[in-house]
Design a protein around this ligand. Structure first.
Ligand code: SF4
Length: 702
């Protein structure tokens, strides 16, 4: 061990998309890794939330996978890396020979770095398939689709810094930064509020965001507590209110006519869509007083700079693309795009979910969002790679899952846990057993790894170097300390070996992550101007087209990145959730995450500090529903949908609306995803996690 390895190294928190900088210091032994603040880290300036502070707790956890495992006669046995590689390469070759390349699927991971996801998608494409996807499909695929189609880039239009300094109104819909992006909330949004900004929160559930701004206590802020799945009618009320006011009072400038004329198309379609729209009926559908929505419309439209923040409450619906399109409509008709403090800003979940998409780990795009079915884009990438890329988009991860045992017979999983993260998880567990071969590379024995044929022990975030891209498009470097377990390998090394052996070629043979990044920037125009040196400690916001570019904190100052250069407006109409309450399942179930836990909890459930806060799942039930069912606060109940049931403790609270119930996906024994509906948005293929019909059964023996 070299002595400089024991100096603190600057890296990035492995949890959420805010991308906070932290330092880690290795003690006398590998695995003795301590967290240290990074005082002048570019995003968080030394501040940290409970997850970031506890992130090192899992690095040397006793559950770490330490050796390759191969399944034999229903048991896992330790294997050598040689055996594991031989089995993987042999099975991938067999599957391609027997069924063709589209019989394999590849799952990248937002928990791993840009270089690793880049290499995984390159393996998939050289294998001959575009069946490569990542968990953005489950969180913001619809947001990416709508933003890319209507504005140009599937990412935040602005940066957290310019939003803090310039935004007068924060319109936060279907997002809960107080819980899920704590440092963005406390350091950026709360600071703006202290400087006078107004918050309008649109969410069926009162939460830490509501409380952190004192939204309930002031006339300045508002919480519009709508029924789950009624975001389109609520925004249509806002849009129609603004348009009607503008007809009577054009001098107020609520509608930016010059911006619409010069920089957008589709405005007439929006007006036609709203011509016969009935605001009173829509407000009733939303369960929010009409005058409250009108007041919110006034606050947004009359602000100098108004910014929209959008989260999974918007994206995780079968109408997710239309939900986000309506936010785009609102921003465009009021001219709130293309300058600091404005825009439509998705708050991304994991620390590298943005980067995983940027580098092409998606079935329809190559690195830099170049469409696989665009001949010129494909040719540009093929020239660097030296092999042909299939020209049809592949299957998304839920589509792949639906095909397990049918047209899909093999799966390569890097750092994902679909048996818990996908909707209708009981069926996913059944289908995954129909695969002929699955390899999982991870740090723990996940719920998915239990069904694998080969398990490869990877290293943790703290042991590796590479880059990640945060929610406001800032690409930052991660730096690692020594490996904890000798026989584990970095994801990049594993992929490099698999690629080299599978294709008997040297174009997967890279010396280090920087060498991979150098190739990535040759095929990814928005990263082309970046180098490890240029990223330094501050990082750079993409797009960064040429060396020397400083990157763009906010987008679209002059024109949109669409074919016409115009921002696209398109009216949308209400589409109720695919499953609505009935006599058998009379409640609406909606889901979300907790501050102390993280997605399927593979890391956070093993972190003593985090797990202590909330060790088990629970369900929020409104007091009127609790009375109707005879539920006591703290009582165990069975929460059921058409797809399964979980036993959870009832938390009786007015945080949730009457008729709705709210629970979380983090806990293996009682995950919300045993209940959620796997119906998809037809364009973005994102599942409708946020609305399902449910029922509660009481009187459980505990
Ligand atoms: Fe990590 Fe996100 Fe917390 Fe920052 S806000 S410390 S990135 S979990």
């Amino acid at each position: 061990m070299s002595s400089d390895k024991r100096d603190p190294v600057k890296t990035i928190c492995p949890y959420c998309g805010v991308g906070c900088g932290i330092q880690i210091q290795q003690g006398e032994e590998p695995g003795d890794v301590q967290f240290m603040p990074w005082g002048d880290a570019p995003v968080n300036e030394g501040r940290i939330c409970i997850k970031g502070g506890a992130a090192t707790e899992v690095v040397d956890h006793e559950d770490r996978l330490t050796d390759p495992l191969i399944e034999e006669d229903g048991e896992f046995r330790e294997a050598t890396w040689e055996e594991a590689y031989d089995r993987i390469v042999g099975e991938l070759e067999r599957i391609r020979e027997e069924y063709g390349p589209d019989a394999m699927g590849f799952f990248g991971s937002s928990k791993t770095m840009n270089e690793e996801n880049y290499l995984l998608q390159k393996i998939a494409r050289r294998y001959g398939t575009n069946n490569v996807d990542n968990c953005t499909r489950m969180c913001h695929a619809s947001t990416v689709w709508a933003l890319r189609t209507s504005l140009g880039a599937g990412a935040m239009t602005n940066s957290m810094r310019d939003l803090r300094e310039e935004a007068d109104v924060f319109w936060i819909q279907g997002a809960n930064p107080g819980e899920q992006h704590p440092i963005a909330n406390s350091q950026y949004f709360r600071q703006a509020v202290l400087d006078g900004a107004t918050v309008i929160q649109v969410d069926p559930h009162a939460n830490k965001t509501t409380r952190s701004f004192g939204i309930d206590d002031t006339d300045r802020h508002q919480h519009l507590q709508l029924n789950p799945g009624t975001d389109i009618p609520l925004l249509n009320i806002v849009l129609k209110t603004i348009l009607e006011h503008h007809e009577e009072h054009p001098e107020d400038g609520w509608v930016d006519e010059a911006f619409i004329e010069e920089r957008t198309d589709g405005f007439d379609h929006l007006k036609e869509t709203l011509a016969d729209f009935d605001r009173e009926a829509a407000a009733e559908e939303c369960g929010v007083p009409l005058e409250d929505i009108e007041l919110a419309a006034k606050k947004y439209a009359s602000a100098d700079n108004a910014a929209i923040f959008t989260g999974m409450g918007m994206s995780q619906h079968a109408c997710g693309v239309d939900n986000v399109q309506n936010e785009i409509n609102l921003a465009l008709i009021t001219g709130n795009v293309g300058r600091p403090g404005t825009g439509v800003n998705p708050l991304r979940g994991q620390n590298n979910v943005q980067g995983t998409c940027d580098v092409g780990a998606m079935p329809n795009v190559l690195p830099g969002y170049q469409l696989v079915d665009d001949d010129d884009s494909r040719a540009a990438v093929e020239e660097v790679w030296g092999f042909d890329v299939p020209d049809e988009p592949g299957l998304t991860n839920v589509e792949l899952s639906h095909e397990f045992g049918e047209s899909v017979h093999g799966l390569y999983v890097m750092g994902e846990n679909p048996v818990m993260s996908e909707p209708d998880a009981n069926r996913v567990a059944e289908r995954i057993q129909q695969l002929e071969f699955m390899v999982v590379q991870d740090i723990f024995m996940t719920e998915t790894a239990k069904y694998a044929d080969v398990i490869l022990p990877a290293t943790t975030w703290a042991e590796r170097d590479g880059t990640v891209t945060n929610t406001d498009r800032r690409v930052q470097r991660m730096r690692g300390v020594d490996k904890v377990h000798e026989n584990t390998k970095h994801d990049l090394e594993i992929l490099s070996t698999v690629g080299s052996r599978l294709f008997d070629a040297d174009d997967f043979d890279f010396e280090d992550p920087e060498a991979v990044f150098e190739e990535l920037r040759r095929v990814c125009p928005i990263y082309h101007g970046m180098t490890y040196d240029a990223l330094g400690e501050e990082g750079l916001h993409w797009p960064c087209y040429e060396p020397g570019d400083e990157g763009d904190p906010y987008l679209y100052e002059e024109e949109f990145d669409t074919e016409s250069g115009l921002g696209h407006i398109e009216g949308v109409s209400h589409q109720p959730p695919k499953e609505t309450p009935d006599d058998e399942y009379p409640l609406i179930l909606t889901t979300a995450r907790l501050e102390e836990h993280y997605n399927t909890g593979t890391m956070s459930r093993r972190s003593p500090t985090l797990n202590r806060q909330t060790p088990e799942n629970f369900v929020d039930v409104h007091p009127n529903d609790a009375e109707r069912y005879g539920i006591e606060d703290g009582e165990d109940v069975v929460l059921k949908s058409r797809r399964g049931e979980i036993t959870v403790q009832a938390q009786v609270t007015e945080d949730i609306k009457e008729g709705s119930v709210w629970t979380t996906p983090h806990f293996a024994a009682a995950s919300a995803n045993r209940l959620t509906n796997d119906v998809l948005d037809e364009r973005a293929k994102i599942p409708e996690y946020k609305a399902a019909a449910a029922e509660i059964e009481v009187g459980i023996e505990s």
